[in-house]
Design a protein around this ligand. Structure first.
Ligand code: HAM
Length: 429
């Protein structure tokens, strides 16, 4: 590599530029989410890109991989410790408390489409900056709210025509049954300590449930007979879990129960779920979520049970590509291309393009001194519906030629009124 090339600055590792095609796909996902989510009564929320570090250390859990290894934490010039958001549940809960949203009629239903930051080892489907589309519904402990957010996630995938998503559901229990279960699990793990990797040895001390997260095949084998939370739920948690399953069946959502489903955050209580895709390889989770009944009160808010999920946008795009059934990147088409034959008419073409755009039409004009032929080619490439040709003879008469590029039909039009005329044809006036 030449020294010059080596010095070239590139996008930071684990980040990407979203060039126009991909950016357009993301925009379309965002719009579709807006439609589907608002049918379910969710309103958009935008929170800051960075927050006080304590917001995440407290909610996600000191022992979690995210807090221990993956946060982008920095000190600002005022000496505050800030962190780029690795997820949005904690920020939404903070905003909910800070703006007293709990005084509105409950549940408060919010959604976001935002970029997140995690210092992870980049690989297919795993990045350091990535986008999430998520919802948080705050205010009700009812299993029907869990069923609503799970159905919403499934319906959104259906709207995208993603068919390979497998819905896995589990339960983390609550403050009544989880501590007891954790002790039972810890005892089992201690007895089998030699079968686990050194990382799991650590997890066993901090948070034994995290052992289920380990990808090591020996650890997974040793976990096959481990006691599972789902078998130790208290009666209330059991009823809640059964209620969620019953409602999902009522509305035709297919799911399987995964007793090993452990998600990477400490805030979950009761329901957890994940949507996995067979199309994605190792990073197979399209999205996930769960209930977090204690998070609002842990931050000092009035006790407010809540549930939510987030989908990974890059993984959705990868799944769409793999399933090859939806093309989100429909090529851009324009209304009008202005073709200049004589250079002296370039300024008039520029003015006419602006006039057309102000009416609401998409109009393009050449800025590269192209030949007439090249301009025609470009108009075609851009999928222009009309060409307005500024020929010297017509311009001398104060006219331009308006050509319909799909039928080839053309006629002269007055330069002074052609914009209005096109506006009317396109229904803008
Ligand atoms: P999460 O499982 O950490 O949950 O992230 C949700 C989704 O974001 C994942 O399933 C995945 O598709 C995507 N994702 C996560 N990390 C990366 C990465 N490094 N690169 C690309 N995509 C990634 C949460 O964040 C919770 N806040 C979800 C939630 C909302 N729970 C309750 N409410």
């Amino acid at each position: 590599m030449s020294a010059k090339k080596e010095n070239r600055i590139r996008a930071p590792r684990g980040t990407s530029d979203y060039l126009p095609d991909r950016a357009a796909s993301i925009h379309r996902l965002d719009r579709l989410a807006g439609e589907v989510f608002s049918n379910y009564g969710y309103q958009r929320i935008i929170t800051p890109t960075f927050e006080d570090t304590a917001l995440f250390t407290r909610s996600i859990g000191e022992a979690s991989d995210i807090v221990r290894k993956e946060m982008y934490t920095f000190e600002d010039r005022g000496g505050r410790s800030l962190t780029l958001r690795p997820e949005a549940t904690a920020p939404v809960v903070r905003a909910f408390i800070e703006h007293n949203l709990g005084s509105q009629s409950l549940p408060v239903k919010l959604y976001y489409f935002s970029n997140m930051f995690r210092y992870e080892r980049p690989q297919a489907g795993r990045f350091r900056e990535f986008w999430q589309l998520g919802v948080e519904a705050l205010g009700s402990p009812e299993p029907s709210l869990d069923a609503e957010v799970i159905t919403l996630a499934a319906d959104f995938l259906r709207a995208l025509d993603i068919r390979e998503g497998l819905m896995k559901i589990g339960s983390m229990g609550d403050e009544n049954c989880r501590p007891q279960y954790t002790l039972i699990l810890q005892k089992y793990l201690e007895e089998k300590r030699d079968s686990f990797c050194p990382d799991c040895g650590e997890r066993l001390k901090f948070n034994p449930l995290r052992v289920f997260d380990c990808k090591n095949s020996e650890c997974q084998k040793a976990l096959a007979d481990a006691p599972k939370m789902i078998d130790y739920l208290c009666d209330e948690c059991r009823d809640h879990f059964d209620g969620v399953g019953r409602l999902l069946k009522e509305v035709g959502i297919e799911f399987s129960i995964d007793p090993m489903l452990v998600r990477g955050f400490d805030y979950y209580t009761r329901t957890t779920f994940e949507i996995q895709s067979s199309q994605l390889g190792a990073q197979n989770a399209l999205g996930g979520g769960g209930r977090y009944d204690r998070l609002v009160s842990d931050y000092g808010g009035k006790p407010t049970p809540a549930v939510g999920f987030a989908l990974g946008i890059e993984r959705l795009l990868a799944a769409l590509k793999a399933e090859e059934n939806v093309d989100l990147s429909t090529p851009r088409k324009i209304d009008v291309f202005l073709i200049v034959i004589d250079n002296e008419h370039r300024d008039q073409a520029f003015k006419l393009a602006i006039e057309l755009r102000r009416i609401g039409l998409s109009a393009e004009v050449d800025y590269m001194n192209r030949s007439t032929r090249s301009q025609m080619k470009l108009a075609d490439k851009m999928g222009a519906e009309y060409a307005l040709i500024l020929g010297p003879d017509e311009m001398a008469r104060g006219e331009v030629v308006m050509r319909n590029l799909s039928t080839g039909e053309e006629r002269p039009e007055k330069l002074s009124s052609v914009a209005d005329k096109l506006g009317k044809i396109k229904g803008f006036e």
